[in-house]
Design a protein around this ligand. Structure first.
Ligand SMILES: Cc1cc2nc3c(=O)[nH]c(=O)nc-3n(C[C@H](O)[C@H](O)[C@H](O)COP(=O)(O)O)c2cc1C
Length: 225
């Protein structure tokens, strides 16, 4: 097993990458660029790829909740089976040192496919602890320290970054960062392509700036060690 593992997640419902395929995805374009640049510098690192946009995890339901909140030693065969997919996704997250997420904006938040992944990896007893009898804070994060999160987004409109005209409407980064920080993944970075719906020179400029931003971010993270 490699010393350093990258978990690359794409969540756009669009197949292919923009600039290559008609209707291709901008967020897939950015995550692919990030990972290719990283691996060019560190080919020995291990890459795990999850396309939750193409193959969405099943959303949590009654049986999932009942199983997850039953202590592992008391789970029957059905409960264990219901949690298998979540176990696998959670193990991938626990094993990763760097998590790179492509996150398009859908109706101001993350796609349902990505929310399903989040709901599957926020697991009591595995990624967060809960004890109502505990003094002070009854919840605690369980992810090992030192992991980093990179969120690469794409939006149709513009002005969603801090200070922008639509900052308050942007639930994408917070929708990922807040639950990830809750389980212990607190170091995050990110950037986005905007203006997809305008499809003019402003989109072209935003893509160029985001691609340059991805390259700088990779170089900065690599330099940080
Ligand atoms: C279902 C859906 C909802 C969307 N909602 C928003 C929105 O709320 N705000 C926005 O600026 N763009 C919105 N868009 C535009 C996307 O964010 C934009 O097309 C982006 O490039 C999608 O990411 P992708 O290129 O990786 O697929 C929406 C697109 C779709 C398909």
């Amino acid at each position: 097993m490699a010393d350093f593992r990258i978990l690359h997640i794409d969540s756009s419902a669009r197949r292919g990458v923009s600039g290559e395929q008609r209707h291709g995805s901008h967020s897939r374009r950015l995550t692919r660029r990030f990972v290719e640049r990283w691996l060019a510098a560190r080919p020995e690192d291990e890459l795990v790829y999850r396309d939750v946009g193409g193959q969405p995890p099943s959303p949590v339901d009654h049986d999932w909740i009942a199983a997850a909140f039953t202590p592992p030693e008391a789970r029957g065969a059905d409960a264990k089976a219901r949690l298998l997919e979540s176990d696998r996704l959670t193990a991938e997250l626990l094993a990763a040192d760097l998590i790179v997420i492509g996150a398009p904006m859908y109706n101001f938040g993350v796609p349902a496919q990505l929310k399903a992944w989040i709901d599957n990896v926020v697991r009591v007893g595995l990624t967060f602890g809960f004890d109502r009898a505990r003094e002070g804070e009854p919840y605690w994060p369980m992810l090992p320290e030192g992991k980093r999160l990179v969120i690469l987004s794409a939006r149709g409109d513009h002005g969603y970054d801090p200070g922008g005209r639509l900052e308050a409407s942007n639930l994408v980064e917070a929708g990922i960062r807040v639950p990830m920080a809750y389980i212990g993944l607190t170091q995050s970075h990110g950037l986005a392509i905007e203006y997809d719906e305008f499809a003019d020179q402003r989109l072209a400029g935003s893509i160029a700036a985001a691609e340059e931003g991805v390259d700088r971010l990779v170089d900065r993270l690599l330099a940080a060690g």
